[in-house]
Write a protein that binds this ligand. Structure first.
Ligand code: ADP
Length: 597
């Protein structure tokens, strides 16, 4: 911001300085031009004077100049210089010689000749009496000027009159001049005094006469005018010696009206002293001149200044941004480094975690394999044990039954009671072993699968349990069941266990209501066995499926604790699962699935 302000300030300073320098240069140019114009004006005027001086020398050299001689000589100049209006010779006539002089001229043929002057209405009248006169004696061109013949050249100009009246006031032989405005034109009259014996003797007293030249100023300055137009300058000349200065300038150059310049700063003035007059030359440029001089440099400089300021400011800003950017990049680099290290650590952690996971997976797989192996061994053992135990157990129970039957009467009550216990224990053990055998058989490779209509399975189960159903007044509803590729015996065990439990774990004094339902899912069948029994605490939802796990005493609810674990094993054999949905006192729903492709 500061940079821009300084830049703009410097540009403005530069602009104003160059503008001022340009103005000074223009002023200097105009001043030089004005010197030249001054010279030209002076030259033109001296050329006029030169004509009169030549005439004077001619007069002085020939002593007597006839009218014809004057006509010839003056005619030569009139032809040569078109600015000459008239050339005159006006000799001094003393008042005493006036009538003699007048009659002399009349004798020349100018019969009405007299010394004249102009009255206040500019009419030519006979000159009043004065100490002396300078009447126009010769005038060329004569025809257009004949009325001025005899006109007292000194009569109209007070100053000239004064000089003449007082004898000699100015330096001897100095020319005098007057300017006469005639409409738009100004005639400039130069009086060159001629003294008798001039050049050899001292000029004393009044001059013998005046060589008078009337010049048209416009034509005198014709060449200057052209020059001014070309240079697009204007010239005005005011006569400081004039009595009526308000009469306007004695000369004003012509220029195109629209191009007048009002800026007075460029006005140059020169003072010219000529033939007793003081002229002020006012030289001014036209607007066109100023326009031509007005180069675009200051504006260019201003523009360049602004541009440079802008470029510097942008550059500075860019550097600043670059710096900030670099700072940012550094920060970003740091952040990047940090993030890379974090990512690296995370990667290491992930690898470590994956390693650990793999290890634990291997461990799990190993443990699973171990478990499977030990399960297998257990199953083998259970199978072998139960199978092998069956025979001696059958023997034990057979012989105790035989003992009870044959020796019933010989034994006392105590002995009969012991035998009954032994019998009962053997029976229970038989049931247990059978159940264990069933359990260990499930999943064996030689299990046969076939298409089994589960409706038939259910019919068999209900028939097998008919006694219990009737005894408990159970109400059992069964949905239509599908035909599945399964092992029939396993399906009988599965449904029988669940329905048997539903009948067994009933509320006291409440007939069991059992509903068997099934649903086809995308890849499996889902079955449910619902009862209105005692239910279980959800805390034991998993425990009941573990072999030999029971929630009640054998006295209250007799059982082996194998039923549900057998169900689980059967279901898992079909890649299904089994679970319970129950609350104490609110009945239970056993769900299980069987996958069928
Ligand atoms: P058992 O029936 O021989 O006791 P199970 O494995 O069949 O063994 O059942 C395990 C335990 O699960 C049962 O002792 C009982 O506490 C509970 N149980 C099973 N079925 C039901 C049921 N329908 N209602 C309430 N409890 C049940």
């Amino acid at each position: 911001m500061v940079l821009i302000v300084v830049g703009v300030f410097l540009s403005l300073v530069l602009f104003f300085v160059t503008k001022r320098m340009e103005r000074l240069q223009v002023k200097q140019d105009i001043y030089q031009e004005s010197r030249k114009i001054f010279q030209d004006v002076e030259d033109a005027l001296y050329q006029n004077l030169g004509v009169l001086d030549t005439l004077k020398v001619f007069y002085l050299s020939s002593m007597v100049v006839t009218r014809d001689e004057f006509k010839t000589f003056a005619g030569h100049f009139l032809k040569k210089f078109n600015n000459i209006q008239a050339l005159q010779w006006a000799p001094f006539v003393d008042s005493g010689q006036r009538s003699a002089y007048e009659s002399e001229i009349r004798q020349e043929g100018f019969i009405n000749f007299q010394i004249t002057e102009r009255d206040s209405q500019d009419r030519i009248i006979s000159a009043a009496n004065r100490t002396g006169y300078f009447p126009v004696h010769y005038v060329e061109p004569f025809e257009s000027n004949k009325e001025v013949l005899g006109y007292d050249a000194a009569s109209s100009d007070t100053r000239l009159q004064t000089v003449i009246n007082s004898g000699r006031q100015g330096p001897a032989g100095d020319p005098l001049s007057v300017s006469r405005k005639k409409g738009n034109n100004t005639d400039f009259v130069i009086y060159v005094p001629v003294f008798k014996g001039e050049g050899t003797t001292r000029n004393e007293g009044h001059p013998a006469g005046y060589m008078v030249g009337i010049f048209n100023l416009d034509r005198t300055f014709e060449a200057i005018q052209r020059d001014l137009l070309a240079k697009k300058l204007t010239l005005r000349i005011t006569d400081e010696s004039a009595d009526e200065k308000d009469n306007g300038p004695v000369y004003a150059s012509v220029f195109e009206k629209g191009k007048v310049n009002t800026d007075k700063r460029y006005t140059a003035t020169e003072t010219l002293f000529f033939a007793g007059r003081t002229w002020t030359l006012i030289i001014e440029p036209t607007s066109e001149y100023l326009l031509s001089k007005n180069n675009q440099q200051p504006f260019m400089l201003l523009f360049c200044g602004f541009l440079v300021t802008l470029v510097i400011a942008i550059n500075f800003n860019l550097k600043q941004i670059e710096k900030e950017h670099q700072g940012l990049v550094l920060v970003q680099n740091e952040e990047l480094k940090y993030m890379t290290s974090v990512a690296e650590k995370a990667r290491k952690d992930a690898v470590e975690y994956a390693d650990r996971l793999e290890k634990s997976l291997k461990e799990t797989q190993f443990a699973k394999a171990e478990l499977e192996r030990s399960n297998k061994e257990l199953e083998e053992f259970a199978y072998v044990a139960s199978h092998d135990l069956q025979e001696p157990l059958r023997m034990v129970s057979g012989f105790t039954q035989l003992l009870e039957k044959k020796y019933k009467d010989q034994l006392d009550d105590k002995a009969r009671e012991y035998i009954h216990f032994a019998n009962d224990g053997a029976l229970r053990m038989q049931t247990l072993i059978e159940a264990l055998l069933q359990y260990s058989r499930v999943g064996k490779k030689d299990t046969a699968f076939e298409e089994v209509d589960l409706n038939g399975v259910m019919a068999q189960v209900l028939a097998d349990l008919d006694f219990s159903i009737k005894e408990t007044h159970a109400d059992i509803k069964v949905d239509p069941l599908p035909v599945l590729t399964v092992n029939r015996a396993q399906m009988v065990q599965l449904f029988q266990n669940l329905i048997l439990n539903a009948l067994k774990f009933r509320e006291q004094d409440k007939a069991p209501v059992i509903a068997v339902a099934c649903q086809k899912k995308t890849e499996h069948w889902q079955f449910s066995v619902k009862d209105n029994g005692i239910g279980i605490d959800p805390r034991f939802s998993d425990k009941i499926f573990v072999i030999f796990q029971r929630l009640h005493s054998n006295k209250k609810y007799p059982g082996t604790g194998i039923g549900l674990s057998l169900c689980k094993k059967i279901v898992e054999n079909y890649k299904g699962r089994i679970w319970i949905e129950s609350e104490p006192g609110k009945g239970s729903i056993f769900h299980f699935t069987i996958v069928q492709k």
